[in-house]
Design a protein around this ligand. Structure first.
Ligand code: XMP
Length: 510
């Protein structure tokens, strides 16, 4: 399968660039711009895209490329910094722009570039730059301009070198996808070959080749990623895979049974389910501080997993459901580094005897993981579940965690989720759940005074969970949920809706 290399200069949209290319059905990978020419040749790309980046191209120490890259004869698309770099290195010049363009800008192209084939002459594009091309390199010509930028798009069609100052990968660029498709299909001559069906065959073969007759151990968390990783590995190596599902007693209503049933019924897979609720709740007794809770759960998870793994004996591989954004964000994939602080339960177990880690999803985006799950036969309900934090309900019961409080929260949360789904909002709202606050207040039920808990409802819409907006849920829905929870769940007499976005709040309350 032909693939595209996305060379990363640290731009904030680098993941989006790769995302869009794959949406076109073309496989691509993000790599740091520091990749050597030998590595690039070994990767054997059909085309190269340079992303944007924060550096100023003419300053000392700004990222540069080996000029040999321009002699490979491969089509190249430079975006923002990528365009500036191409011009800078090929004999043109860039300078600080008089006006810094940021946001939506009207752009007009000359109708003569393949890159803009079928795109209306003038429309809205997304710009974000303070540096621009000042003088073209030999062989190049301008194909589009804006009021503030004389070199909004450029090309040397003969050498198949294209540059754009705008960001086609950002949805605000109205015809961005068409421009990316024009590059991939019309200019590079690629065809959409990347699909989940083709990926399954390829990934299964790859896993088989790597694992051979070895044994694989995987920790199921109840989340989508580990379930899909398990399904893929099971298809590849069947009973050589052992899955341990540590039920920490902090899952949502019926969740443990649902996950177990899905793996068993849909795939015929056996899993070892460890009921460790007593251990976890014992360790958490009296603990109120959020970070302590998280730490205890992370550590305990590893201990329980290790104890189970010991019973199995030596394994060859430890499988993990790491996905592509984790790889790139941790700095291993591309150039951009975003430190994830509290995600994923714990670290790696120290006392499990294995020789290698296997991460069968490390090249997939979240929605590709979901598509893969469906392709492998996992039920929609499991594949489309919303994110659920590793520490589970422990960080949604504010203050001390008790079995009684967990029971109250489970019921309230189940009602909220049921009603959101009934209203048809379960795929548009990205995460929605109940929180049991530590606050009790006075109410009246029948003729009686009550003194019971307040439940908070949280629902957010977000692309990446780094920032999030609270969902404007319909009043009628909130009304129904509020009535049902107070009517059906004992010890709750008041419901609040969280109307803060992230930042300044976080999605979770702890
Ligand atoms: P915050 O609360 O940081 O949450 O705005 C952002 C997203 O991350 C999830 N989250 C976690 N996921 N382990 C996880 O696996 C954790 O410790 C954890 N804490 C938060 C949260 O549910 C939201 O989707």
């Amino acid at each position: 399968m032909k693939r595209v290399l996305v060379l990363d200069f640290g731009g904030q949209y680098n993941l989006l660039v790769a995302r869009r290319v794959r949406e076109c059905g073309v496989y691509c990978e993000i790599k740091p711009y520091r990749m050597t020419m030998d590595e690039i040749r070994a990767f054997d790309p059909a085309a190269i895209i340079f992303t944007g980046g924060p550096a100023t191209v003419f300053e000392p120490n700004a990222p540069q490329l080996d000029p040999a890259i321009f002699s490979l004869g491969l089509p190249i698309l430079g975006i923002c910094y990528g365009q500036q770099l191409m011009i800078h290195q090929l004999g043109g010049a860039c300078h600080k722009a008089d006006v810094r363009e940021y946001g939506k800008v009207e752009l007009t192209h000359d109708g003569k570039s393949e890159l803009f084939h079928g795109v209306e002459p003038t429309s809205v594009y997304w710009m974000s730059h303070g540096v621009e091309v000042e003088r073209l390199a030999p062989g190049f010509r301008v194909t589009a301009t804006t009021a503030g930028c004389a070199f909004a798009a450029i090309e040397d069609a003969q050498r198949k070198l294209y540059g754009v100052q705008f960001h086609p990968e950002v949805l605000h660029t109205v015809h961005g996808m068409e421009i990316i498709k024009n590059f991939l299909f019309r200019i590079c001559g690629l065809s959409p070959e990347w699909s989940m069906a083709s990926y399954v065959t390829e990934a299964v073969e790859e896993c088989r080749a790597k694992i051979g007759s070895g044994r694989v151990l995987l920790a199921l968390s109840g989340g989508v990623d580990s379930a899909v990783a398990a399904a893929l590995l099971y298809k590849a190596v069947g009973e050589q895979l052992t899955c341990i599902f540590v039920d920490h007693g902090l899952l949502r209503k019926n969740e443990g049974d649902e996950v177990e049933a899905a793996m068993k019924n849909a795939l015929g897979m056996k899993i070892i389910r460890v009921d460790a609720a007593d251990r976890f709740l014992g360790k958490l007794a009296g603990v109120t501080e959020p970070e302590r809770k998280r730490k205890i759960i992370g550590e305990e998870f590893i201990r329980v997993f290790e104890a189970e793994a010991k019973k199995i004996g030596k394994v060859d591989f430890l499988a993990q459901g790491t996905i592509y954004p984790d790889v790139v964000e941790s700095g291993a994939g591309g150039e951009s580094v975003v430190i994830k602080s509290h995600h994923n339960v714990g670290g790696l177990p120290d006392h499990v005897d294995f020789k290698e880690i296997i991460e069968p999803l490390r090249r997939l985006f979240k929605d590709e993981v979901r598509a893969l799950g469906i392709e492998l036969g996992l039920p929609e309900k499991l594949v489309w579940r919303q994110p659920f934090p590793g520490p589970g309900l422990a960080i949604r019961v504010i203050g001390e965690i008790t079995r009684d409080k967990l029971a109250i929260l489970r019921e309230a949360d189940a009602i909220f989720r049921e009603e959101v789904a009934k209203a048809g909002l379960d795929r548009t709202v990205n995460q929605y759940f109940a929180v049991l606050t530590n606050l009790r207040s006075v109410g009246v039920m029948g003729d009686e005074r009550t003194y019971d808990y307040t439940v908070a409802l949280r629902a957010v819409e977000t692309q990446d969970f780094m920032t999030a907006d609270f969902s404007r849920l319909p009043w009628e829905l909130l009304d129904t949920v509020s009535r049902r929870i107070v009517g059906e769940v004992k010890h709750v007499n008041r419901i609040c809706y969280d109307v803060t976005s992230k930042p300044p709040a976080t999605v979770e309350w702890e």
